[in-house]
Design a protein around this ligand. Structure first.
Ligand SMILES: Cc1cc2nc3c(=O)[nH]c(=O)nc-3n(C[C@H](O)[C@H](O)[C@H](O)COP(=O)(O)O)c2cc1C
Length: 365
């Protein structure tokens, strides 16, 4: 099966096309948003993935939108990520850090000096986020009303994405993936429902995509194009964002611009795992025509669906999410057609090792 064959990604040869999807788990140390030794153990357990894509990780303190998600903007965080990567590399694996700015999907209690979250426009997300109470218990709350960014603040955020690429390299990640999906800041700019700006960052498809391409270019400038990847969510809505009526055309414009940049890969998050419609074959073909480089797909994939789309040349690899939470040795299990552990979703966002590092591998099960 092609799914279990190696793949060239820029300067890397990864062992197989079963990638670990980016998965927020909210177990970083606070204050400081620092990865912990428990997180290093969790990732090391999953290093037989062709590529581990990390949980979404902040580019600045302002970028934070959830209690317990890590950052990659302080020396302490970079040193802690280096420990994570040492473990992954010791097992022969490869890693990408997924970086985000959550924009309006945040809360004043998480923002520097309790300020309002920032967004393309002062429109509330109508979404919830996760905080911790004084005892460390998780609680779901409405996001806070955001304020509109001005152009010099946008330039600072673009620079922060560039700095994150330099920091990813310093932390021994193999790649960086910009999170432009799921209703977070870059996706908020892309979306006409979240972005009603009248300057060069709003209005036309080109203007709405501007910050995304500027952030990609900043990451390229501080590392290298073949180390930079991006995740997008071309169809469907999430966290109170929808892509508007021209969503396929808008996505194809962005994908065409990304194709010019010779990136490490393009990651398409597909919406059907959370209630959206599956991608049509004609849209997949249009994406492939616009993007000749490596395409990673994710969202409710099975081995058969993955192999079929890889064989047809429409995608090159698949990122698995929930099955990687529950199966540290997912690659070996899929190869052997072995049964999978049951995913205990109540521990996805929680504290400690339960439902995190205690899933057994095949020999233990
Ligand atoms: C607990 C959990 C956390 C997630 N965190 C992220 C994230 O940090 N970044 C991201 O782009 N997607 C995130 N996702 C989406 C996954 O990357 C993936 O697209 C989704 O789980 C569908 O794949 P699956 O059907 O194989 O689980 C998350 C999904 C789950 C279930």
């Amino acid at each position: 099966m092609k799914l279990f064959q190696p793949l060239q990604i820029g300067p890397l040869t990864v062992a197989n096309r079963v990638f670990m999807a980016p998965l927020t788990r909210l177990r970083s140390r606070e204050p400081g948003d620092v990865p912990t030794p428990l997180m290093a153990e969790y990732y090391r357990q999953r290093a037989s993935a062709g590529l581990i894509i990390s949980e979404a990780t902040q580019i600045s303190f302002q970028a934070k939108g959830y209690s317990g998600s890590p950052g990659i903007h302080t020396a302490e965080q970079i040193a802690a990520w280096r420990q994570v990567n040492d473990g992954i590399h010791a097992e022969g694996g490869h890693s990408a850090v997924q970086v985000w700015h959550t924009g309006r999907v945040s809360h004043t209690s998480l923002q520097p000096e309790g300020a309002a979250p920032v967004a393309p426009s002062a429109l509330p997300a109508e979404a919830r986020t996760t905080l911790r109470d004084a005892h460390g218990n998780l609680l779901r709350v409405e996001t806070s009303a955001p304020r509109e960014l001005n152009e010099s603040e946008i330039a600072q955020i673009v620079a922060d994405f560039g700095q994150a690429a330099g920091n990813a390299r310093a932390a021994d990640f193999d790649l960086i993936e910009l999170h432009a999906a799921h209703g977070y800041l870059l996706h908020q700019f892309l979306s006409p429902s979240a972005n009603i700006r009248e300057d060069r960052y709003g209005g036309s498809v080109e203007n709405r995509a501007r910050i995304v391409l500027e952030a990609v270019d900043a990451a390229i400038a501080s590392w290298s194009a073949d180390r930079v990847a991006i995740r997008i969510f071309p169809l469907g809505g999430f966290n109170g964002v929808d892509n508007g009526e021209d969503q396929e055309a808008a996505a194809l414009y962005l994908i065409g611009e990304l194709a010019k940049r010779n990136l490490a890969y393009l990651h398409i998050s597909e919406p059907d795992w959370s209630g959206g419609k599956p991608l049509r074959d004609t849209f997949r073909e249009a994406i492939r025509a616009a993007y000749p480089g490596v395409i990673v797909a994710a969202g409710a994939y099975t081995v058969d669906k993955a192999e079929d789309l890889i064989q047809r040349g429409l995608i090159d690899a698949v990122a698995f999410g929930r099955s990687f939470i529950a199966n540290p040795d997912l690659v070996a299990r899929l190869k052997a057609k072995a049964p999978l552990n049951e995913h205990r979703a109540q521990f996805d966002y929680a504290n400690g090792p339960e439902g995190y590092t205690d899933y057994p591998i095949l020999q233990q099960a």
